[in-house]
Design a protein around this ligand. Structure first.
Ligand code: SF4
Length: 457
């Protein structure tokens, strides 16, 4: 389908072809689902909300619930205050969530609705004890990662409180825009270390809930509201991912004086080590034997099969925090990141990736933020790579150029497993190596000359 992508590259600042990002409310909605018994609410037209729900549903293969202010012509001209106020009353009366997390859309932002004020005016009319928070998520700036970050920050702004005079020993962990399986894995690691922690948001058990034969509008997972309130009394916040978690951590520091550490997503050995050692430094716990064994198994695998991937050229694309962490991992495997790209704007992305590449002695890689997949395809047409790592949208490039694709990130619309198997932690890195190695060897087995077709590789 992309056979006619031209090799020749022209300047096209005002035109995006095959974007490497999606819109802010999708990230906000995903974050909101990580609060227990939360119904995300989209303040805009039904079309936006349908798109956001559909995209999340296709990725997680679970029904994603959200309500909408259902703007029509009247709301577009006079503003959506009446729609939101009436909508909130209906939502609590009919669907009975504990909390509604409102995100704006391009339309309500352009009109200029003051959602905070509308919520204040409406709260007295809502059932007692119910909570409403909101995040501004105009989609003409940033990406779904910005929307996730904004909603994560809104949780702190609206909910977290420093109630005690001194801090307790709990650690807050902001996991970033990762899979529910990753959030579960981070909790497993913290649990193994015997720590008291609060993670928010936490979509594990919400968007990958089990089939029980009974429909649960609010599955068992998600961070309880009370825990997000108590996060204000914690000793430290570890924010995983500059782009998706940093703002919430800084807000918690400003509002409740909880110090923060911003780390990369714990993908691969280096970043998982950094996460675990930061926890050790803070709490003084010793690293459990079980975790050491997992690390040792990962290192063993990296050594055992390094000949499968060493020196292979890779194109990485997707969300900034994921791609930065993957770049570090790919370098540690001895592979060569040749193209590293995100659709989310932010110069910090280029800086971080270039630092990793420079430390590895890689000087000729192309790195960029706010770029699209057509740019990546053109780069590849001019100088090919051995492997693509990114979301489902790369499959068109993979097919056109006959390059294996390892699916990591958001969205993955044509494969399963991401909701259940992590990519973070040592165990996640083992899974990534398996996927990378399998993709490369499957291609080799398909295309190698008969005399090189071996049983043992
Ligand atoms: S109008 Fe804006 S918020 Fe709605 S789907 Fe499009 S980009 Fe997203």
């Amino acid at each position: 389908m992309l056979d006619y992508t031209p090799k020749e590259m022209n300047e096209r600042e005002a035109l995006v072809v095959n974007p490497a990002k999606t819109c802010q409310p999708i990230g906000a909605m995903y974050a909101a689902l990580g609060i227990h018994r939360c119904l995300p609410h989209s303040h805009g037209s039904q079309g936006c909300c349908s798109y956001h729900r559909m995209h999340l549903t296709r990725h997680y293969r679970d029904p994603i619930m959200a309500s909408t202010s259902s703007f029509t012509e009247g709301a577009c001209v006079f503003g959506g205050k009446t729609n939101l106020a009436k909508g909130l009353e209906n939502i609590f009366n009919i669907y009975n969530p504990d909390i509604v997390a409102v995100n704006s859309t391009c339309l309500s932002e352009t009109i200029g609705d003051d959602i905070g004020e509308i919520i204040k005016d409406t709260l007295p009319k809502l059932p007692a004890g119910k909570v409403v928070i909101h995040a501004n998520t105009p989609s003409y700036t940033g990406s779904h990662i910005t929307g996730f970050s904004n909603m994560n920050k809104a949780m702190v702004t609206y909910l977290s409180e420093a109630k005690k005079e001194s801090k307790n020993e709990t650690i807050n962990v902001l996991p970033g825009f990762v899979e529910p399986s990753d959030m579960k894995e981070i909790k497993r690691i913290l649990g193994m270390m015997g720590l008291s922690y609060i993670m928010f948001p936490d979509t594990s058990g919400v968007v990958n809930a089990p089939m029980t034969g009974r429909y649960e509008m609010y599955p068992e997972g998600g961070t309880p509201i009370q825990k997000i309130v108590e996060a204000g009394d914690s000793a430290l916040t570890i924010a995983l991912g500059d782009f998706s978690s940093k703002e919430a951590a800084y807000e918690l520091e400003k509002k409740c004086e909880v110090p923060s550490s911003v780390l990369e997503l714990p993908i691969g050995v280096v970043n998982t080590d950094a996460f675990i050692m930061r926890v050790v430094e803070q709490t003084g716990v010793t690293v459990p034997k079980e975790l050491e064994v997992e690390r040792g198994q990962l290192i063993d695998l990296m050594v055992d099969i390094h000949n499968h991937y060493h020196g292979k050229k890779v194109a990485l694309y997707g969300d900034p925090d994921t791609v930065i962490a993957l770049t570090q991992f790919i370098v540690s495997l001895g592979m060569v990141p040749k193209y590293v790209l995100t659709g989310t704007p932010g110069k910090a992305f280029d800086k971080k990736v270039k630092e990793i590449l420079l430390a590895a002695g890689i000087k000729d890689a192309k790195v960029g933020n706010a770029l699209d997949l057509m740019t990546l395809h053109q780069w590849i047409k001019n100088d090919p790579v051995d492997l693509l790592i990114g979301n489902t949208y790369g499959k068109y490039i993979a097919r056109a150029e006959n390059i294996p694709l390892v699916r990591v990130g958001f969205p993955i619309l044509d494969r399963v497993g991401h909701s259940f198997f992590p990519t973070v932690g040592y165990v996640g890195a083992i899974r990534l190596i398996e996927k990378i190695s399998t993709a490369l060897l499957d291609k080799y087995d398909r295309e190698c000359p008969e005399e090189d077709f071996e049983l043992v590789l």
